[in-house]
Ligand binder design. Structure first.
Ligand code: ATP
Ligand code: PRP
Ligand code: MG
Length: 285
């Protein structure tokens, strides 16, 4: 049987979370740390460990069928490559920044300025769309230092917490795009391997849904049941079971992790007791 070939970042910010999501999908990989290639024992999958920046070309050439990669890299180097799933980790922005002392008014201020970046296509497309022409200096790392050493007037790079900008006395002035890790697909993937991709996507979706949700159990006095059920979203509707003690019920449901603390407060006010919150491993609709 053919195996589906996936590219994963060899080392760096995406490596650990990429391996974790495969693991959560029940896919075990025999992983010698310095290997370039590994196989799964229990899923027809081969893993290639590659540089993030090289992955769009490998996808285009059909050397790998799928990849976990930052959306920002696809926008820079792989606009022709499609995205099968957004994976919810490595969230960041790609932004333009200038020294704090600069009085910035609008994107027109970049006209004729020197901008240091590892994302030349992204910057060029953005500035073109605004009718601005700048002078791009392509550098591969430590971009934020460029204005301090007189190499550029401004930079374009990844911003997450903003602390790298802060340390280098820069301020973010334009957010060009937001990004997260995605599952990207080669335009050359075969029919046979597309079937494996669908199987993998089914598992990934179940894992991502579960990561977004909490399983909640609580006790409620029967006279408050309607009010409490009204507060709960649930997958279809909450499960209600009688407790051994007369007049009380146990209510089970699923709550989105972002809404969770708000809902818990409301449940308590409505008379819920003994609230348990549990992680969910997989969630299949
Ligand atoms: N500070 C950050 N916060 C969140 N996500 C980030 C951050 N920095 C980078 N990323 C995301 O992780 C990806 C990989 O970043 P990383 O710095 O590990 O690799 P790289 O040096 O860009 O690539 P390569 O693997 O080619 O060396 C980026 O493309 C981006 O999507
Ligand atoms: O807003 P922040 O939270 O500070 O994150 C942004 C920084 O993170 C990335 O660098 P990384 O740490 O990956 O180092 P690198 O330049 O060696 O890739 C990116 O290139 C920025 O410099
Ligand atoms: Mg980096």
């Amino acid at each position: 049987m053919k195996k589906i070939r996936i590219a994963i970042q060899k080392s760096g910010r995406l490596n650990e979370d990429s391996l974790q999501i495969l693991k959560d999908c029940g896919i075990s990989i025999d992983n010698g740390k310095d290997q370039l290639k590994a196989s799964s024992r229990n899923f027809p999958l081969e893993v290639f460990y590659l540089r993030n920046g090289d992955i769009p070309q490998y996808l285009r050439d059909g050397v790998v069928d799928i990849a976990i990669i930052g959306e920002n890299v696809l926008i820079e180097k792989g606009e022709d490559i499609s995205i099968a799933e957004k994976l919810g980790f490595s969230k960041c922005k790609v932004s333009l920044a200038v020294p704090k002392s600069v009085k910035y008014k609008s994107v027109a201020d970049f006209e004729g300025k020197r901008i240091a970046t590892s994302y030349p296509n992204t910057v060029k497309n953005y500035l073109d769309s605004k009718g601005v022409k700048a002078d791009l200096h392509i550098i591969n790392g430590s971009v934020e230092i460029a204005p301090n050493i007189g190499l550029a007037d401004a930079i374009c790079d990844i911003v997450s917490s903003g602390s790298t900008l802060f340390k280098n006395n820069l301020k973010e002035v334009e957010v060009m795009l937001t990004s997260e890790a995605v599952l990207a697909v080669s335009p050359q993937i075969s029919q046979e391997r597309t079937v494996l991709l669908e199987d993998l996507r089914f598992r990934i979706q179940s894992v991502l849904r579960a990561r977004q949700s909490k399983y909640v159990l609580l006790n409620a006095p029967n006279e408050k049941l309607n009010e409490i059920i009204g507060l709960l979203p649930g997958m279809r509707s909450p499960t209600v079971l009688p407790l051994a003690e007369e007049g009380w019920s146990s209510v089970h449901t699923v709550i989105n992790k972002d809404k969770f603390w708000e809902v818990i407060q409301e449940l308590k006010k409505a008379g819920a007791e003994g609230i348990l919150v549990c992680p969910i491993e997989k969630m299949v609709l």
